[in-house]
Design a protein around this ligand. Structure first.
Ligand SMILES: Cc1cc2nc3c(=O)[nH]c(=O)nc-3n(C[C@H](O)[C@H](O)[C@H](O)COP(=O)(O)O)c2cc1C
Length: 562
């Protein structure tokens, strides 16, 4: 099917066809090259050549702010907007956190995780004039290797003033795009899913970075992909020439007011268009000399999921309060925010022995449920109610029998889940579980082998304390919000994953996102036979085994370049 042919179909049909054909099955994986085309390995760093680069000053290490406080950030005094606070924001959101070395190869790792460490996600900001950055408002691309901001455009002060007039004083905009090719190079057709999950993770890292500064961050709805492209210059053909294009993803507002009224922010389209008339700088670098095989279905699903300015108006009053959800208010913890955020790492292997107390498990899960006041972090960044419920494989949680469990992140979805899942499931509430945490035992039993098997045979899914599938009421979501919401489902999945990564660090264990799983066999475990519910991401959490063969080097060598 060509793009022109697919354009004749309803976008929802293109999405469903894409989702079906990119499922992994026991008998065959989704189409990919099947080998790594090293000659065309994409450069992990996009740069805009000839765009002025501002090196951000490295924040001093040793910030004492505790991690738990990020979740009670009303008590954090909002930092003023400056080159230092912007630097800390990007350091905690999208910077490098280490270089790894093994047998002569060296590769960087970042605050945000990424499928295959391919990092398709690019970060942007629209900032006011700030000492140490620029004497006028500008559009910037974040360069993680340099920890710098590339000036893409000078904004006329009147354009900036109009753009931000609807936000509290001192707000700024951030955005994300995806270079779909980076993931397609390795993963072929399934790559669009991974890019979108990565966007969700990066949205999460930005939300947590904002929290560390006492700031709020909200994804702006009613802003379409065309607006995102205009804001960040992604539609400027002339700047890309032979370089890989960036797919517009999202724009979010960062607000310095504690009491910022939730979900009330708007960025009208007519304010966005003048940005295009600014003076732009830089041309994008070419990431791969050649692309070899093309994956037209990725272009088709990208077009079909174009966001036409989707709007949300959702009600959170049915959700539990913080106290109901956690049992007690969590106002202490172990590590600093800096250690958790910069120290986050994926487990490459789990030890098949570490267990966690039920209380830790409950707390991790409670962090995945929004609260009634709509203010819990990071869920206050999303303007829609949770669409992903969890099917859990519990292996080593002290005080809970091993088995299959379900967490209804939206308590209202329990009935629908029960209908969709196996009739023999028991739906018992664990006795020690906080009253407001919608967690249910479905079936007792050892599911370690099963979990690994449906996760593409990855042992990490059975060797941890627990693993899980994120089950979306997919058809209902597409009907409610249209085809573009397919991407939002993956963003929500990435955000759930980011919380699990950070909670695991705080609990002294580790997590790993798993984009590789056998879709329909996962559904079969839970008895899901219709397409209404589909798994959008897998995760595993447990005691990690470090790979001692790897050498870890610091992320930035005091200005030395590699
Ligand atoms: C969307 C996504 C899918 C991933 N899928 C897998 C997977 O199936 N198996 C795995 O071992 N790791 C997986 N990972 C972990 C990445 O390999 C890891 O994030 C990357 O190597 C960077 O390492 P770091 O997370 O320690 O920074 C995934 C990560 C993301 C974000």
């Amino acid at each position: 099917m060509t793009i022109a042919e697919s354009a004749a179909l309803l976008p929802e049909h293109v999405v469903v066809a894409y989702h079906e054909r990119t499922k992994h099955h026991y008998s065959r994986y989704a189409a990919s090259l099947g080998y790594l085309d090293w000659a065309n390995q994409p450069n992990p760093f996009r740069r805009y050549e000839e765009a002025p680069l501002v090196h951000l000053p490295f924040p001093d290490a040793g910030r004492t702010l505790p991690y738990w406080q990020l979740h009670a950030s009303d008590d954090i005094e909002p930092a003023s907007l400056s080159v230092d606070s912007i630097s800390l924001f990007f350091r905690f959101a999208l910077s490098l956190t280490a270089w790894k070395q093994f047998q002569g190869s060296t590769w960087p790792l970042r605050v945000n995780p990424s499928s295959g460490n391919l990092h398709p996600t690019e970060g942007y900001a629209l900032l006011p004039a700030l000492d140490g950055i620029h004497d006028r408002p500008g559009v910037y691309h974040y360069a993680p290797k340099e920890h710098g901001l590339e000036l893409r455009a000078n904004l006329d002060p009147s354009v900036w003033a109009a753009l931000t007039a609807g936000f509290p004083e001192g707000s700024f905009l951030v955005g994300l795009s995806s270079i779909l090719w980076r993931e397609a190079w390795k993963y072929g057709e399934r790559a669009f899913r991974y890019c979108q999950q990565d966007v969700g993770h990066a949205l999460g890292t930005m939300r947590f970075a904002a929290a560390a500064l006492g700031w709020k961050l909200q994804l702006l709805d009613r802003v379409g992909d065309a607006d995102v492209s205009q804001l960040f210059g992604l539609d400027r053909e002339v700047d890309y020439a032979d370089a890989e294009r960036e797919h517009p993803e999202l724009v979010a507002v960062v607000v310095r007011e504690k009491s910022a009224s939730h979900r009330a922010f708007r960025l009208p389209q007519e304010l966005v268009s003048p940005v295009a008339n600014s003076r732009w700088f830089g041309t994008a670098n070419v990431l791969s000399p050649d692309h070899g095989v093309d994956w037209p279905v990725i272009d088709q699903v990208a077009v079909a999921t174009t966001n036409p300015r989707i709007a949300f108006d959702e009600e959170f009053s049915r959700f539990p309060s913080e106290e109901e959800l956690f049992g007690v208010l969590v106002r202490s913890g172990v590590f600093t925010a800096e250690k958790v955020i910069l120290g986050r790492r994926s487990a490459v292997r789990m030890d098949a022995s570490t267990s966690i107390p039920a209380a830790t498990f409950f707390q991790m899960l409670a962090r995945l449920v929004p609260t009634r006041d709509g203010r819990s972090m990071p869920w206050d960044a999303l303007p829609w109610c949770p669409r992903l419920q969890l099917g859990l494989f519990v292996h080593r949680v002290r005080g809970l029998p091993p088995g299959l469990y379900a967490l209804a992140r939206d308590p209202e979805k329990v009935g629908k889940l029960r209908q969709a899942m196996r009739p023999e499931f028991v739906w018992l509430r664990p006795s020690s579980c906080p009253q407001g945490l919608p967690l249910y035992l479905l079936k007792e039993g050892d599911c370690r082998t099963l979990a690994a098997s449906v996760s593409c045979g990855q042992d990490i899914a059975g060797d941890g304390a627990f693993s899980l599938a994120m089950l979306a009421d997919y058809m209902d979501s597409l009907v409610a919000y249209g085809a573009s919401f397919y991407r939002n489902l993956f963003w929500e999945a990435g955000l759930v994953g980011q919380v699990l990564y950070l909670e695991s660090e705080e609990a002294g264990i580790r997590a790993t996102g798993m984009g590789c799983y056998f879709d329909d066999p996962v559904h079969e475990v839970f008895g899901i036979s219709s397409r209404d519910w589909q798994s959008f991401y897998h995760f595993t959490v447990g005691g990690a085994v470090e790979d001692s063969r790897l050498t870890t080097l610091p992320p930035y060598d005091l200005g030395q370049t590699r």
